[in-house]
Design a protein around this ligand. Structure first.
Ligand code: DGY
Length: 339
């Protein structure tokens, strides 16, 4: 027998992949070409049983907006990789993943500009009362020129304070400083080396202590990831320390804010308005006062929800999953230790 004849040609192993939130057809097709794929969304009662049975066999998981907690992971003994179609990883039991050596991938970078656009939409909407005044027109209440009671406040030239200054925070800062002439201050665990990461913001964005940021900012924008140290960070003390008439925007995670304290600051404090893309419980419960408060502009967590960006996120998450299942280092891995 020749040496070459003894070489057994191995096909790459087809693995079991569970897609737990719908993927665009082209990305689903990439997975199906290489692996055995089950699509089952556990939030849909009619797909729950299929999800549960596929979970026991799954080597790869991909999806978003569902808690992949320790109990769920315990039901997935063969799991090698989880790929989240989100940049935030607060839905994942990081310690359990780490302990099992399961790779976690996510989607940093591809959504920064879109989320920054959404946050700016909230800045504009809250300060110029866009939703409220559009409603006035729709309801046929525009019967004479609006009075001062319906005037808004300026955005340009006002001070923007950012809680959190990662990639998305920097994208917001660029819009504010370069487009709207706004002085930008930020508070983060440590100052960012702007010359290296965002040279266009040198001299335009300054790291300041939290108390100074709250006292100076006309807009306080929270872009915090959710973790043990940020949960409930924006509380009554923080609202009380804000400049009178400030506007609060949350584009990070809802549970970083104590929502009761936010309501209190709106009703009994000096907070002018709030623009919220995220909530402690999503979808926002019907009985939440934040849903109908006249000075709250609520959005249904649409930070990254454009066709182009959601597709880019799905593509990156799918690529990372395929790479990890093939034993390669994924393009966007969160828990690098295992990859
Ligand atoms: C994320 O990717 O974490 C965002 O919240 C999605 O909009």
């Amino acid at each position: 027998m020749s040496a070459s004849a003894s070489v057994v040609e191995r096909k790459p192993e087809r693995k079991k992949v569970l897609v737990f939130r719908e993927l665009p057809p082209d990305q689903l097709a990439r997975l199906q070409a290489l692996h055995d794929v089950t699509v089952a969304n556990p939030r849909k009662p009619e797909e729950r049983a299929l999800f549960d049975s596929a979970l026991g066999q799954a080597q790869g998981l991909i999806g978003s907006s569902y808690p992949v907690d320790a109990a769920l992971l315990a039901r997935a003994p063969r799991l090698e990789v989880v790929s989240s179609v989100s940049v935030g990883v607060d839905n994942y039991a990081l310690d359990a993943l780490q302990a099992r050596g399961i790779v976690l991938c996510h989607t940093p970078g591809v959504l920064d500009e879109t989320v920054a656009d959404t946050v700016f939409a909230l800045l504009m909407a809250t300060s110029r009362r866009v939703v409220e005044l559009a409603q006035l027109v729709r309801e046929g209440r525009w019967t004479r020129n609006i009075g001062e009671d319906l005037f808004g406040s300026d955005v340009h030239g006002k001070t923007l304070g950012l809680l959190g200054f990662g990639r998305i925070g920097q994208a917001i800062a660029r819009r504010a400083a370069l487009g709207f002439g706004m002085p930008v201050v930020y508070h983060a665990r440590r100052p960012v080396d702007l010359a290296a990461t965002a040279p266009e913001l040198v001299g335009k964005a300054a790291h300041v202590p939290l108390a100074e940021l709250l006292a100076r900012s006309d807009f306080v924008v929270a872009m915090l990831p959710l973790s043990g140290s940020t949960r409930g960070l924006v509380n009554a003390d923080v609202f009380a320390a804000m400049k009178p008439g400030a506007i609060f925007i949350n584009g990070g995670r809802g549970a970083t804010v104590v929502e009761q304290d936010l309501l209190h600051a709106l009703d009994h404090g000096t907070l002018r308005a709030a623009g919220l893309d995220v909530f402690a419980t999503e979808p926002l419960p019907l009985d939440s006062p934040l849903r109908t408060h006249p000075r709250v502009t609520p959005l249904p967590h649409i930070g990254s929800a454009t066709h182009g960006t959601r597709h880019a996120m799905a593509l990156l998450a799918t690529t990372s999953l395929l790479q990890a299942l093939a034993g390669e280092r994924p393009a966007a891995v969160y828990n690098a230790a295992q990859a």
